[in-house]
Structures are given as structure tokens and as C-alpha cells.
Ligand binder design. Structure first.
Ligand SMILES: Cc1cc2nc3c(=O)[nH]c(=O)nc-3n(C[C@H](O)[C@H](O)[C@H](O)COP(=O)(O)OP(=O)(O)OC[C@H]3O[C@@H](n4cnc5c(N)ncnc54)[C@H](O)[C@@H]3O)c2cc1C
Ligand code: SF4
Length: 674
């Protein structure tokens, strides 16, 4: 779920002011113990919000008590600080009408409540808009995640479950939840994390005969668990249910995976080599050798492409949005083409970001991890590495917790002794593990230098059906502006996820959602110069801070303008950039007004999928955490092979570069192990 549970507000009291009357009160027995984090009064307020934010349309039913109850249940296991933020948002809405109406929000008529929500939605002040978003995001998720809603707009809700095969290499996978006692293991190289970097490194070392043990905090989800339901994927495959948000002058959801395969399980399958300009920047700015150039990394990219089956997306499965974009781009003289992807047998099921149900997408759970296991590597899942064990300045192994989520008793400890340690927990988690371990601290750069490729989108309504659920969600591109740092890539989403991406409420929102079959969506990302930071937050979770600078804000605005023009040129009836003050850009005049205005970062809907750089490589120990060989400057035998090692924003989707660099680092480590 794309919730923005950012701690923007403090809670008035633990449960708020006493109740002054309940609307449609639910019987107490309808709630079990887990659900009692909202008081009855708070549930009433949530119901009052749901009724007017998600009213009935021509054929979609409206939300009410049931939606509020479902939201209450869904959020029952979110962290305490998330609960506080949600409650604060509820009370902010409830009390907002007292000064003008002399009555709380939940006691007003529907019309008055709708007007009050409109005030939040249209506000020029970001934190005020965010209050409403905190409430509406989970409400919308619960409201639209129902088979009948999908039926109403004519698209498929859920896939049939397939049966998993049982290959021999599965015998090398141990589920940490099934281990009852502390365990000691020994290997040559222990690899933490099985995403793009960890899996590629483990494969390379296992192929060269090394005894490799992979540890993964998430579980091994096979095809049978990919039923196409985003809500299930957010729960099982995304870190913290997809609720990680970078806080700053714009609050940006940043998604990463937590499963065998890491973020590759939930990614869109787009494959790019890093551009020459980015490598040149690394050499100039970070003094990196020519190994980091199109030629130097070329052989590693070739191996990655062979393993992933990288090829242009099949025209058969590009879907109608690709045709629309091609038409608009052609009209404007912009370069456009099908993207290259790692899904050779893809049949356009359209749900790459929620686990590919056909296994066509060669994420590392179906490519590098099985290949490493087939070459003798071992894997323990539900194994969260707590510390890298460092003795006399050298990494000697890892201490992990097995099945950390179990509710009874102390979870068992796993101690792994190894000659070398590879950390590949991803850009958000690697700095936290290294900080706990006292590693990579000497430069002061650990956790800093966070780039994210801020992304945005524009939607457009057409007279003809678009059927956005049919075809590859991200199969087409306009790369005309890539040198400027703007890359346009298609991204259509399932019905309920699209509903979350529209920051509206009330009748105009439902009217738009009823037109989902006619709604096209396309996205873009910025090669950012802004930098953020990952710190250790409450509960040991990552706390992200990121401030969008002026240059990147202007690029985001330019990206929105270009997409509006492309959709107009393609014949859209309505163009919807979701920029505050520019809800619709249907005409040339409206586009001129958008161009003439100076949009603030917080006025644009921004998301991010490519966090990089929080443990970067470099030649200077004072400015980087790792050497060009990926070994920590201050701990021998400790290597980092994931997105965190990438020195700067790439300008293209990163998975292939992370994998290519991991293969190279693993090769170096193999040679050193003798
Ligand atoms: C929705 C989405 C779409 C994307 N689309 C694309 C795309 O089309 N093309 C592209 O190139 N890139 C895409 N990406 C980005 C790409 O998938 C990531 O950049 C890449 O997978 C990152 O690799 P990594 O090795 O750094 O980390 P990850 O792949 O995130 O793997 C890290 C793994 O480490 C595990 N871990 C973390 N800490 C610990 C610990 N302490 N102990 C044990 N295990 C731990 C995590 O659970 C996770 O499984 C997308 C990402 C997302 C979220
Ligand atoms: S579009 Fe292709 S790669 Fe994506 S989920 Fe469907 S079959 Fe898999």
C-alpha cells in the first residue's frame, strides 16, 4: 500500500477528545483485540471521511463503515509511530471545522464534509494536503481492493494459483522459521541479501567453486504465491508493506523489496546499461578507474544480459498505451522505442511489480539464486543479519536472527564464520547493518549521498478504450531527453493501485475511477543531483531524509510538461498531471500556464524506486566507504555489492549495473581468497 504515514503531526491525546455521539456505530464484538488501536470515536471519524471521500458513482458503490473497519484491520500491525500519525490526521480533520462551523467534521452534513475535505485537498500547504493523504491512501486501498470493484470496470481481480515445481536445488534452501535452536555454520563467503547485487555475487563465487552461504531476511515466494493482488504483494514482498517515505520538502514513497530476489521480484524488468556520461562523472568526480566505463564493465553487462535473457519487449504485448505514446512522441518529433527487458517469455500479464506469475521476468529468485544453489551455494531464508562480526579489523562472519517475526520465545541465533563477508542488503538497509557493526564509519559518508531517481507520472483520458491492465506495464520509452537527465518510461498499474495514485476525493475522483478502462498513465524519472540520507529510525527501520533541490524540481516540472504535451498530441480528451493548481492541462493555453508557473517540489506527485549511493565506492577513504574493489576502507574482508555502492544517480534503471558491478567485485574477491 502506498501509504504516506509521515510523522508530520503530533497526536492531541492518546485517543483524542471524548465522544459526542457515534455515527453508524459498529457492535463491539465486530472487532478483535488487534483492531482496538482506534477508539470508537476515531472509527466514526474515519467512516465520516470515507463516506464523502469515496461516494457512490454511476456503478461503483460508495465507501462507509465497512471500508473504515477494513482499513482499521489492515493497519493493525503498522508500527506505533504510524498509528500516531494516522490518529493525528483523523483529529486534524475532525477538529478543523470547529472554528467555522462550530461542530466537528463527523457531525456535519455530507455537503459540508465534502467542502471541508476539498479545503484539505486543494490547499497550497503541503502538510495540510498530506493530512488527507494519510487517511485516504489506506481507505482507497481497502475500498478498491475487492473483486466486485474490479468486475465493475471489467478487469480481472485475481489469477488462478499455479503449482510450483520442486527442482533439486530447493534442497539447499533452509527456512529460518523452522530452526528451533542456535546454529553455527561455516563457509568461505557469506552473502547478506539476495537481490540484484547479492544474488549475482553469490552466483559468481559459487560458479568459481567457493563455499557460499546466502542469508535473506525475507522468504522464498514461489510462483504459486504470485496471484496478482497488490495488497498481498505489499504485505509479503515489500519492506514495511511499502510504507517507507523519504521526508523533506516533498514526502516521497520509496519502495524496496524484502524477499528472496529482493527488489528484483517487484521491479518492472527494464534493463539498461549505465550511460557513458555517468561513468565519465564517476571517473572525474570520484577518481574511479576505467573499469567503470562502457568498455570496462561491458563484459560483465554481457554476462548479466545472457543470464537475464535481456531483449526488447515484444510488440505483441506492449499494450495500447505504448501506441498512444508512440503517436504523441512521433507527432512532436521525439525519440521513442520499446524498452529492453529481462522477461523473454513475457505474455503481458501486466503485474510485474507484484511478482511475475508466469516466471517470465528473470528476477534473481528465478535466475541468479537458483543458479547459485545449483552450483553448491546454500540459502537460509527468514535470516536477518544483525551484525558483521569484525575481529582485529577483519570481517570474520555474520550474526543473524532466525525467524525474527515469531511471537513466542527468543528467536534462535545463527552464527556464520567465513573468510569474507559480502553485504548486499540494498541502499536502505546496508548502512544500518554496517553502522550496527561499527564498519565503514571512518569517512562519515555511510548513509549519506542517497540518490533516488525521483519519478512522477501524468494520466490522460481517451475516448477509445485503453484497457491499461492488458500488456507490459513498463514496456515503452521516450529517451529523447536522457542526456538532460529525464527518462520517460511507461507505467500502467492495476485498478486499485491506480486509485491510490490519483490524489483526489469526492465525486470527481469516483467519476475518474469509473473511466479506468479509458485511462492511460505514463511516467518519467529524473537523474537527480539532490542528495539525501538514511538514518536508523524508530524500531531499527530506515529513516529517510531527502530534500529536492531547485534543479531537480525544475526537471520534474519539465517532465510533467513534456508528458502533457505528448498526451495532447496523441489526442487525449483530458490530461491530468496532478500538479497542485494545475489539475487538468487539456489545452495549449493550460499547458502554457503550467509552463509559465514555478511549481514547488511539494506540488508534484513524486515517488521513487531506485535508492542508490549510501555506501559508495571511491578512491579516497575520506570521501567514500569502499574502494573501487568494493572492499570497505576500514574493514578487511568486508565487501558491499548492492545499490548502496553506486556512487551517483545513474540516469537509467539500475538493476543491470548493480549486477554487473557485483560480478566484477566477486571476481576480485575470488582472486584474493587464493
Ligand atoms: C517497484 C520497483 C520497480 C523497479 N523497476 C526497475 C526496473 O524496471 N529496472 C531496474 O533496473 N530496476 C528497477 N527497480 C530497482 C531495482 O530492482 C533495484 O535497484 C535493485 O533490485 C537493488 O538491488 P540491491 O541488491 O541493491 O537490493 P535489493 O534488490 O533490494 O535486495 C536487498 C535484499 O537484502 C535483504 N536484506 C536487507 N537487509 C538484510 C539483513 N540485515 N539480513 C538479511 N537480508 C537483508 C532484503 O530483504 C532484500 O531482499 C525497481 C524497484 C522497485 C521497488
Ligand atoms: S508483464 Fe510479463 S514480466 Fe510482467 S508480470 Fe506479466 S508476464 Fe511477467
Amino acid at each position: 500500500m502506498v501509504a504516506h504515514l509521515d510523522p508530520l503531526l503530533s497526536v492531541p491525546t492518546e485517543t483524542g477528545p471524548p465522544s459526542s455521539g457515534h455515527r453508524n456505530k459498529a457492535p463491539a464484538h465486530a472487532r478483535d483485540d488487534r483492531d482496538r488501536w482506534l477508539s470508537a470515536r476515531e472509527l466514526d471519524i474515519l467512516t465520516a471521511v470515507a463516506e464523502v471521500a469515496l461516494p457512490p458513482g454511476h456503478f461503483l458503490e460508495g465507501a462507509g463503515r465497512e471500508t473504515a473497519e477494513a482499513t482499521h484491520r489492515y493497519l493493525s500491525d503498522i508500527p506505533r509511530e504510524g498509528i500516531r500519525v494516522f490518529q493525528a490526521a483523523l483529529w486534524a480533520v475532525e477538529l478543523s471545522t470547529l472554528p467555522t462551523k462550530r461542530r466537528p467534521f463527523s457531525e456535519l452534513s455530507r455537503e459540508a464534509r465534502l467542502a471541508a475535505l476539498g479545503g484539505f485537498e486543494q490547499s497550497r500547504v503541503l502538510p495540510i494536503r498530506e493530512v488527507l493523504r494519510v487517511l485516504l491512501t489506506p481507505l482507497k486501498a481497502m475500498h478498491f481492493d475487492r473483486p466486485e470493484m474490479y468486475r465493475h470496470v471489467g478487469c480481472r481481480y485475481e489469477l488462478e494459483t499455479v503449482r510450483d515445481e520442486k527442482p533439486r536445488w530447493l534442497a539447499r534452501v533452509t527456512d529460518g522459521r523452522e530452526i528451533e535452536e542456535d546454529l553455527d555454520l561455516e563457509c568461505e563467503v557469506v552473502v547478506v541479501g539476495t537481490g540484484a547485487g547479492g544474488a549475482a555475487a553469490a552466483y559468481e563465487l559459487a560458479s568459481r567453486g567457493r563455499a557460499v552461504l546466502m542469508l535473506e531476511e525475507g522468504h522464498y515466494h514461489r510462483r504459486s504465491s504470485f496471484n496478482g493482488r497488490p495488497s498481498r504483494a505489499y504485505r509479503d514482498l515489500y519492506r514495511d508493506k511499502g510504507m517507507t517515505v523519504a521526508l523533506g520538502n516533498v514526502n516521497i514513497p520509496v519502495w524496496v523489496g524484502r524477499a528472496v530476489g529482493g527488489s528484483t521480484v517487484i521491479n518492472s524488468g527494464t534493463c539498461y546499461r549505465a550511460p557513458a556520461r555517468t561513468f565519465a562523472y564517476w571517473r572525474d568526480r570520484h577518481g574511479l578507474p576505467r573499469d567503470f566505463s562502457p568498455e570496462g564493465l561491458g563484459p560483465y553487462y554481457e554476462r548479466v544480459e545472457a543470464m537475464l535473457g535481456v531483449a526488447p519487449a515484444s510488440p505483441l504485448h506492449l499494450g495500447k498505451i505504448a501506441g498512444i505514446i508512440a503517436r504523441g512522441a512521433e507527432h512532436l518529433g521525439l525519440r521513442h522505442h520499446a524498452l529492453t527487458r529481462n522477461a523473454p517469455d513475457c505474455d503481458g500479464q501486466g503485474i510485474c511489480c507484484f511478482g511475475c506469475p508466469t516466471g517470465a521476468k528473470r528476477s534473481t529468485d528465478v535466475s541468479y539464486v537458483p543458479a547459485a544453489l545449483a552450483r553448491g551455494a546454500e540459502l537460509v531464508t527468514a535470516a536477518r543479519a544483525d551484525f558483521v562480526d569484525i575481529v582485529a579489523g577483519r570481517a570474520r562472519g555474520v550474526t543473524a536472527t532466525l525467524g525474527a517475526e515469531r511471537t513466542k520465545g527468543r528467536p534462535p541465533r545463527l552464527r556464520v564464520r567465513a573468510d569474507a563477508v559480502i553485504v548486499a542488503g540494498g541502499t536502505l538497509m546496508t548502512p544500518l547493518l554496517l553502522r550496527r557493526s561499527g564498519a565503514c564509519l571512518s569517512s562519515g559518508m555511510l548513509g549519506k549521498n542517497l540518490s533516488i531517481h525521483p519519478a512522477s507520472k501524468v494520466m490522460a483520458l481517451f475516448d477509445d478504450r485503453v484497457d491499461p491492465w492488458n500488456g507490459i506495464p513498463q514496456g515503452y520509452s521516450i529517451d529523447h531527453f536522457a542526456e538532460e537527465g529525464l527518462l520517460f518510461e511507461g507505467s500502467s498499474l492495476p485498478f486499485d493501485v491506480t486509485a491510490l495514485g490519483v490524489p483526489w476525493s469526492g465525486p470527481r475522483y469516483i467519476e475518474l475511477m469509473e473511466k479506468y478502462p479509458y485511462l492511460a498513465s505514463f511516467g518519467f524519472m529524473v537523474q537527480d543531483h539532490s542528495r539525501g540520507e538514511v538514518r536508523t529510525g524508530p524500531g531499527g527501520r530506515p529513516l529517510l531524509l531527502y530534500r529536492m533541490n531547485e534543479r531537480d524540481t525544475r526537471l520534474l516540472q519539465r517532465g510533467v510538461e513534456i508528458l502533457c504535451e505528448v498526451f495532447q498530441a496523441a489526442g487525449a480528451r483530458r490530461v491530468l498531471p496532478f500538479v497542485t493548481g494545475h489539475d487538468e492541462v487539456n489545452t495549449k493555453d493550460a499547458l502554457a500556464r503550467l509552463r509559465a508557473s514555478r511549481i514547488r517540489a511539494g506540488d508534484i506527485e513524486v515517488t521513487a524506486y531506485h535508492p542508490l549511493g549510501t555506501c559508495r565506492i571511491g578512491t579516497h577513504p575520506a570521501r567514500s566507504c569502499l574502494g573501487p574493489d568494493h572492499e570497505a576502507h576500514d574493514v578487511a574482508g568486508l565487501y558491499v555489492c548492492d545499490g548502496s555502492a553506486i556512487p551517483s544517480s545513474l540516469g537509467v534503471n539500475p538493476q543491470m549495473t548493480i549486477m554487473a558491478m557485483a560480478l566484477r567485485a566477486a571476481e576480485i574477491l575470488h582472486q584474493r581468497l587464493g
